[in-house]
Design a protein around this ligand. Structure first.
Ligand code: 4AD
Ligand code: MG
Length: 466
């Protein structure tokens, strides 16, 4: 059987003679008669303090190896600790060094390192308190999300990563090919001299998916309520604090559901998972509140306790236009609102999350249902403090003739989308869904301000180490 983790040891109902702990040494300090080592195994934020006393053995030779970063196993008695702030300590009797660590060379030192520096050692930064806490919360948040959908009658589906459909139509798909592009001259070409993808592995040009939505729609129109939770990719050269080339998206899709039902789900979902993490990860959240974002707890309560503002795009423009002097991009009816406007609405004006709906069709994706006025669509973005857009949502255009016309107007090749149009030919119903960026939700819940620091190995422009 696996040994108990430090988390389990610290939760023991009482003393535990003959306990064994394994982990990495955080620090060690020596007094004249005793030594103390803080041990962490990543199972929780708290360290287990191991106490080395001459009464329990001779540790003179081994103690110098118990340096920050060393991997060790310590055997001894888990006893009530006289020290404040910890229930138990480990009275060490035997020590085994698994892997030593040269303190001169180990990049993770006790003093606080900058986020920028830690990104250059992303393989070691999970050993810091902050990044270990981030990764634990990320795991717990994924669990909360699955639990939420399961409890609400959704079926978890898996949509493909290789796809020929550019769902967002923004030309941000990475091309995926089995051709060896370093041998460009040898590749099959069309008469026009372009690479002939009909002779590639899939018999056509494909890319990495930007969204599971289209396939998700097909599955919702059979199973009723589905969700995906998987990686998505965007070849956009956006070097910002909130864009990654690879990010995870949660995409629910519901048949027999209109935009209002979609908004209800988005709001309830964000509130529920936030509450869940508040309940289940108090210690890690406390770390973020202490060292990362002092206003974190208030900001989380602001999300769980307030009704999200439902704001029509035209009303948003009425709020923003008079204060245009503060924005780089000036607002007038028709523009796609940028992060600066989103954050103004949320942080300055309403001071709570906003659901911005019915934007102009010119700045909307092709699949969003057209409003009766022909000018706006039944789409919606959820905007939150510090981040701006966290969810992109819509009721889908379910009328075949309207969708075909819209796609033609946008210059899309209808023959590439026949399967998607079939969903409107055979048993079409109103249906809606949304896409939530998992990393952005992580930023919201932890207060971490850069998307590079809420995922273990970020993929952003100019950077794909590890
Ligand atoms: O608004 P988006 O582009 O919507 C879609 O992809 C829809 N097909 C989703 C759907 O309706 N099923 O992206 C959805 C969300 C954004 O609100 C944002 O949170 C996140 O995905 N996102 C990104 N996160 C990190 N890096 C990027 N480059 C992102 N692009 C979008
Ligand atoms: Mg969007």
């Amino acid at each position: 059987m696996a040994l108990p983790t430090i988390r389990e040891l610290l939760k023991s109902p009482g003393p535990r003679p003959g306990a064994v702990a394994r982990g990495w040494v955080k620090t060690r300090r020596d007094s004249r008669v005793m030594s103390f080592a803080e041990l962490n195994d990543g199972s929780c934020r708290e360290n287990l303090q191991a106490v080395f006393s001459q009464d329990n053995g001779n540790f003179t030779d081994i103690l110098p190896s118990l340096v920050t970063g060393a991997a060790v196993e310590i055997q001894g008695d888990l006893v009530a600790s006289p020290a404040a702030g910890q229930k138990f300590e480990l009275q060490a009797k035997q020590v085994k060094i698994y892997g030593g660590c040269d303190p001169e060379k180990y990049p993770i030192q006790k003093k606080k390192a900058s986020d920028e520096f830690l990104r250059t050692v992303a393989h070691l930064r999970p050993r810091t308190n902050k990044y270990a806490a981030m990764l634990r919360v990320r795991s717990e948040l994924a669990y909360s999300i699955h639990t939420y959908f399961r409890n609400n009658g959704f079926t978890h589906v898996h949509t493909p990563i290789f796809t020929a459909s550019d769902c967002e139509g923004a030309g941000e798909m990475f091309t995926a090919t089995a051709f060896d592009l370093t041998k460009l001259k040898e590749l099959p070409k069309t008469g026009a001299g372009e690479i002939d993808f009909s002779r590639d592995l899939f018999g056509k040009k494909v890319g990495l998916t930007v969204s599971g939505q289209m396939e998700g729609e097909a599955l919702a129109l059979a199973l009723g309520k589905i969700y995906t939770f998987g990686p998505t990719f965007r070849a956009e050269n956006s070097n910002t604090y909130r864009h990654c080339a690879e990010f995870w998206q949660i995409e629910p899709e519901m048949a027999f559901c209109e935009l209002e039902g979609d908004m209800d789900l988005a709001e309830d979902f964000i509130k529920s998972v936030t509450k869940d993490i508040l309940e289940r990860c108090p210690s890690d959240l406390e770390l973020f509140a202490k060292y990362v974002e002092p206003a974190l707890m208030d900001s989380l309560r602001n999300i769980t306790d307030n009704k999200f503002e439902r704001l029509h795009y035209s009303d948003a423009v009425k709020i923003l236009e008079p204060v245009n002097d503060r924005f780089e991009l000036k607002v007038k009816w028709g523009v796609d609102l940028a992060s600066e406007h989103e954050r103004f609405l949320v942080e300055q004006h309403f001071k709570k999350p906003v659901m911005l709906h019915n934007k102009p069709k010119e700045v909307a994706a092709f699949y969003m249902k057209l409003d009766d006025d022909g000018r706006t669509v039944r789409g919606m973005d959820v905007l939150v403090p510090r981040i701006g857009e966290i969810i992109g949502a819509s009721e889908r255009e379910n009328r075949l003739d309207v969708l075909e016309k819209r796609m033609r107007d946008l210059g899309m090749k209808l023959e590439d989308y026949q399967w998607f149009l079939d969903l409107r030919r055979f048993g079409s119903v109103p249906h809606s869904g949304f896409g939530l960026g998992f990393e952005r939700l992580m930023m919201l819940i932890t207060g971490i301000s850069n998307i590079r620091d809420v995922t273990a190995f970020p993929r952003v422009p100019g950077y794909a180490e590890f």
